[in-house]
Write a protein that binds this ligand. Structure first.
Ligand SMILES: [Zn+2]
Length: 257
C-alpha cells in the first residue's frame, strides 16, 4: 500500500525536480522561488479571509491559486502564461469540469502544478446535511483523481480542498481535519466573479496584493478577464519584487529525494 502511494506521489510530483533549472526561453522569468510542504496536522485551515491563520509565508511571498476549472476556453491561456514564467500554481478542480476536460487537468499536472479539489458541481455545502455535503466532496475528489491519475479514490492523493463560496461549517471543518485534508481559504482575492476589463482586473488585484503584502491569492481560471491579464500580472509581480511559493502536500518532496 505504501509503495503504491509513493509511486503515485512520485508520478504526481516529478516536475518538482526541475525547479532549480533556468526558465527556458525567458531569462527574466518570475519563476518559482521555493516549495512549501503543507500538512493538515500543523495547518488544517489557511487563509485569513475566513480563518485566523495562513501559510507561513515571508514578506512579498505569494501562493497563486485558481478555482473552478479546468475550462477549455480559458485555462490553456493561464497555463501558457504560467509556463512562460516558470511559475507553479495550485488549481482547485471541479469534478464535473475535470471529467469533461481530463486532458486539460492532466496538462496542469504535467506542467508541475498542484491539483486540489473543489467538489463535483460547486454547491454551497454549509446548509446541507453532513452526509450529503461529504458525498459531494468525495464525488469531486473521485472524479478528479480518476481523470488525472486513473485512480478512483475518496481519500485524495493531494489532500487540499477549498469550499465553494467558502461556505463551510464547524462539522465540515472538523471532518476535513480528521481526514487530514487541508482547507484552503484565501488571503486576497481578485473578485473576478465580477465582470470587468482585464486592465481593471489587473489593477484591482495588484492593489490588493500590495495591501496584504503576502499570502494566498485566489483567481478563477474560468474567467476570460483573468486569463487575459495573467501574463501582465506575472510580469508586474516580477517588476515589484514578489516571490512565488509552490505548495505541495507534506511528504511529496521527500518522495523525490
Ligand atoms: Zn468556486
Amino acid at each position: 500500500m505504501m509503495r503504491t502511494v509513493a509511486i503515485a506521489l512520485a508520478a504526481a510530483f516529478v516536475p518538482l525536480a526541475a525547479l532549480a533549472e533556468p526558465c527556458p526561453g525567458n531569462p527574466n522569468a518570475l519563476r518559482t522561488e521555493r516549495v512549501l510542504e503543507v500538512d493538515a496536522k500543523t495547518t488544517p485551515r489557511v487563509g485569513r479571509k475566513h480563518f485566523p491563520t495562513t501559510l507561513p509565508l515571508r514578506r512579498k511571498e505569494l501562493v497563486l491559486t485558481f478555482d473552478d476549472g479546468p475550462w477549455p476556453a480559458t485555462t490553456p491561456k493561464v497555463l501558457d502564461a504560467l509556463k512562460h514564467e516558470c511559475v507553479r500554481a495550485t488549481f482547485f478542480l471541479l469534478g464535473r469540469n475535470t471529467e469533461a476536460s481530463a486532458a486539460l487537468a492532466r496538462r496542469e499536472l504535467a506542467e508541475g502544478h498542484t491539483l486540489g479539489h473543489h467538489t463535483y458541481a460547486h454547491p454551497l455545502l454549509d446548509k446541507m446535511s453532513l452526509a450529503k455535503a461529504e458525498a459531494e466532496i468525495d464525488r469531486g475528489i473521485e472524479s478528479d483523481d480518476y481523470a488525472v491519475y486513473g485512480q478512483r479514490r475518496s481519500e485524495p492523493l493531494v489532500p487540499f480542498f477549498r469550499f465553494p463560496g467558502f461556505a463551510s461549517n464547524k462539522a465540515l471543518l472538523d471532518r476535513m481535519a480528521e481526514r487530514n485534508i487541508v482547507v484552503f481559504g484565501a488571503d486576497v482575492w481578485a473578485s473576478d466573479w465580477d465582470p470587468m476589463t482585464p486592465e481593471q482586473q489587473l489593477n484591482l488585484i495588484l492593489n490588493r496584493i500590495e495591501q496584504v503584502g503576502s499570502g494566498i491569492v485566489l483567481f478563477h481560471d474560468t474567467k476570460i478577464q483573468t486569463a487575459a491579464m495573467i501574463p501582465d500580472f506575472l510580469r508586474e509581480l516580477k517588476k515589484h519584487g514578489y516571490h512565488i511559493v509552490h505548495v505541495v502536500p507534506a511528504g511529496a518532496r521527500g518522495v523525490l529525494n
